[in-house]
Design a protein around this ligand. Structure first.
Ligand code: SF4
Ligand code: SF4
Length: 109
């Protein structure tokens, strides 16, 4: 590997060998819309819980796609399932249902 004299800090490294494709496919079978999220952040901008806790559905979806399911679950923990995010999602994603499915699938060992 070429040494450029700098590198990523460990917390920014993504080890895609840890990506659980099985669980992602299970999630996508239940919630095909997870594939059409365009990471616009509208959901995060209006999030009720996000005003008090670090909560972001946009980030959670990206975390799942980047082999960081644990971080995604942590990110969604304060979610109150209020549904505001589903009202603003430009892709019309049923975000509450998606959040429930993420919690269900990724909490199972
Ligand atoms: S508002 Fe919808 S499309 Fe935008 S980041 Fe959230 S879930 Fe994805
Ligand atoms: S359903 Fe959860 S993620 Fe969506 S706006 Fe409400 S608290 Fe935030």
């Amino acid at each position: 590997m070429v040494d450029f004299g700098f590198g990523l800090v460990p917390s920014s490294r993504i080890n895609l060998d840890l990506f659980d494709k099985g669980k992602y496919e299970e999630l996508a079978a239940l919630e095909p819309d997870v594939r059409i999220c365009m990471a616009c952040g509208s959901c995060t901008a209006v999030c009720t819980a996000g005003k008090f806790e670090p909560t972001s559905l946009r980030e959670a979806i990206e975390d799942i796609k980047n082999a960081r399911a644990d971080k995604a679950l942590q990110m969604l923990e304060p979610c109150q399932l209020c549904g505001k995010c589903s009202m603003v999602c430009p892709r019309g994603i049923n975000t509450r249902h998606l959040i429930l499915s993420i919690n269900k699938i990724y909490s199972e060992k």
